[in-house]
Design a protein around this ligand. Structure first.
Ligand code: PLP
Length: 372
């Protein structure tokens, strides 16, 4: 009997590596509040991700929420509904109105051709998502943002280690928010980071992640608490040593899937983007039932019968979430709607065996029906 296969498996360093890394914490009793591990990891990540500045937080969601707050945004924010619910929640929890732009049917990121028409005199920012590690049209977004004086905050939760034209993905836009959640390509158990330029923004963000405290006797803002602790930072230090190996192994798993599923009629795979180094964080497949002969749901059910659990990233759209019922018109993002009904992400992680990929693909293809 094969063991169950989930969409991902969290990367862990060898136990001894972690034990060695945290030993000093037992000597210093320094557990949190921007200690030495926090600072070591911050410097290492700045370097690895190729960004000018970076701060570490408790998770990717707080990175998004506090970045928007630190920028003092007002009014409307243009974003994508084809993302994890966190992106939209962060906008709404800042008292901002999300305005949903449709996505590109090929790479699933914001469709920049439909972006400009959504800008009003209330628009203050754009929050695009590098979904699945696919890089957004960063140059076009930059051009539009400059033209209208808008801030650009990338949700880079899927894009750890991705580069565009040789530059770290976090160096585009005004800020980029990363997630180091257990399920992501790179994890600190829970964790997140913001990359940005300029010390003014940093001061604002730093205060917000630490209760709005300026010094021992002065509280200057209504801040939250979103500091990364030393144990999480230590996990991050260990996992960073193995990240290139992990991404390389993911690349091989993705290639194995491609060997099976590329050029299958009715099955659309993730595009290979020009000038992009991706991280193979997900393996999305969009199924056209009329051509393939079976639906996304039927394929998922067949896999689940064999204890293989693909996921519907992203169904439903965030604009269709129950908590937002009646607030948004989902017909305004028809491509996102159509993709979300047909997309599934297949299991991908460094330790996934090729034999399992083969098994998954054979099951998948067994549902292909000849239509004449
Ligand atoms: C994971 C994720 C987040 C939230 O990150 P957490 O670290 O889990 O808080 C935000 N946006 C996207 C697209 C994500 O996948």
């Amino acid at each position: 009997m094969n063991k169950p296969i989930y969409v991902t498996e969290s990367s862990l360093p060898p136990f001894e590596d972690f034990a060695d890394e945290i030993r000093s914490i037992w000597e210093t009793h320094r557990l949190t509040n921007m200690g030495p591990k926090h600072e070591q990891l911050r410097a290492a990540l700045k370097d690895y991700l190729g960004v000018e500045e970076m701060d570490l937080l408790t998770n990717g969601h707080m990175a998004l929420e506090l970045t928007m707050q630190a920028m003092n945004l007002r009014g409307e924010v243009i974003t994508t509904p084809f993302t994890f619910i966190s992106t939209t929640h962060a906008i709404v929890r800042n008292g901002l109105d999300p305005v949903f732009c449709d996505i590109d049917p090929d790479d699933f990121t914001l469709d920049t051709e439909k972006l400009e028409e959504l800008i009003t005199d209330r628009t203050t920012a754009i929050v695009p998502v590098h979904v699945y590690g696919n890089v957004c049209k960063v140059e076009e977004i930059d051009r539009i943002a400059k033209k209208y004086g808008l801030k650009v905050i990338y949700d880079a939760a899927h894009a750890f280690g991705c580069t565009y034209k040789g530059k770290g993905i976090g160096s585009y836009g005004d800020a980029s928010c990363f997630s180091f959640h257990a399920t992501k390509v790179y994890n600190t158990v829970e964790g997140g980071a913001v990359s940005f330029r300029g010390l003014d923004f940093w001061r604002s963000l730093y205060k917000l992640k630490n209760f709005g405290i300026r010094d021992e006797e002065t509280v200057v803002g209504v801040g939250a608490n979103a500091k990364m602790n030393e144990l999480c930072a230590a996990m991050g230090i260990c996992n960073l040593r193995r990240i290139d190996e992990d991404i390389n192994r993911r690349k091989k798993v993705a290639a194995r899937y491609r060997d099976w599923l590329e050029n299958v009629p009715g099955v659309k795979l993730n595009p290979i983007q020009q000038d992009v180094k991706t991280n193979y964080s997900y393996f999305p497949v969009v199924v056209n039932e009329k051509v393939f002969g079976s639906s996304r749901n039927e394929i998922m059910e067949e896999l689940a019968r064999h204890q293989i659990y693909a996921r519907k990233y992203f169904y439903p759209l965030t604009s269709e979430a129950q908590c937002y019922e009646g607030m948004f018109d989902v017909d305004q993002t028809p491509v996102a709607r159509s993709v979300s009904k047909r997309v599934m992400t297949l299991p991908i992680y460094p330790s996934l065996a090729f034999e399992d990929v083969d098994r998954i693909c054979k099951m998948f293809l067994s549902l292909q029906k000849k239509i004449d």
